[in-house]
Unconditional design. Structure first.
Length: 281
């Protein structure tokens, strides 16, 4: 009899967790449930607004560095296959993705009572999900813009910060000759606003043009769109642990802050490791 697993959340953490789970349990049934799905745009659905680069911000020599290292090696493999989109890969593996919203963890158990385990990859949602309500979770507001690619091809990305990670961190991430350039950014802790701040946008333009001469003058940039994302940060770092709710096994995997992409595969590996260590396999 095959196992049945439910993943709550379809950001980069939820999608990579699903793929890691499938790679180890290929005959299991895996279902992703999320309020927001790839293609949606909402400030609390952070993954679409991310720079999606690998630039480790680990400040320890332990778990976070390990997550980043595993993800770097995985990205090397993916690059050889022209970075297949995560959602497409999920569908190719037969993993079901459904749109759904649950106010409490008990509602999830009621909807899927026979699951062997539930993976909580809700990011900021863990703050308000009844039964979890992790008040260590808080938003770190970020703002970016996508501009048209400059006439002079960009062959590298730029990153500058007064400190390792700072509210005035400046970055320029090219998306190829025809896909534009991501400019950022800002880091504002405990700011829940999803509105674009046009003053911040002008400041981002100035900083990025000073950093990357290929962009030209700030006033000449052609903005395709502005984006605001609320990074799912957490006091004490990301939460990766098992928790029993009666007979229901929940594996929490959230709270990576701005490191979601670069830590995603490493965190997914640890989440599935936690499943393997459980007696409820």
């Amino acid at each position: 009899m095959s196992s049945n697993y439910i993943i709550l959340g379809a950001g980069v953490i939820g999608l990579t967790t699903a793929l890691e789970l499938h790679s180890r349990y290929p005959h299991s049934t895996i279902t992703i449930i999320a309020r927001f799905l790839p293609g949606d745009r909402d400030a609390t659905y952070t993954s679409p607004w991310a720079g999606a680069n690998w630039l480790s911000v680990a400040t320890d020599n332990g778990r976070q560095e390990s997550w980043d290292r595993i993800t770097y090696l995985k990205f090397q493999q993916l690059a050889k296959r022209t970075l297949e989109r995560l959602q497409g890969e999920v569908k190719r593996q037969g993993i079901e993705i459904r749109r759904g919203m649950f106010d409490s963890i008990d509602e999830l158990f009621t909807a899927f009572p026979s699951a062997n385990a539930y993976f909580n990859c809700t990011g900021l949602g863990a703050y308000s999900l009844k039964g979890v309500e992790d008040k260590s979770v808080y938003p770190t507001r970020g703002q970016i813009m996508l501009v048209q690619s400059p006439k002079t091809p960009m062959t590298r990305m730029y990153f500058r910060s007064p400190q390792r990670v700072n509210k005035d961190t400046t970055y320029v991430f090219p998306r190829g000759p025809h896909n534009g350039v991501v400019l950022g950014g800002v880091r504002l802790d405990n700011d829940w606003s999803g509105d674009v701040d046009l003053e911040f946008a002008e400041d981002i333009k100035r900083r990025c043009c000073a950093l990357a001469p290929e962009l030209g003058k700030p006033e000449d940039l052609k903005v395709i769109y502005h984006g605001v994302g609320l990074r799912p940060s957490r006091k004490g770092g990301a939460r990766l642990e098992r928790e029993m709710f009666g007979e229901h096994l929940v594996i929490h995997n959230y709270g990576a802050g701005g490191a979601g992409y670069q830590a995603s595969w490493g965190m997914a590996k640890e989440a599935v490791d936690l499943l393997q260590k459980s007696s409820r396999l």
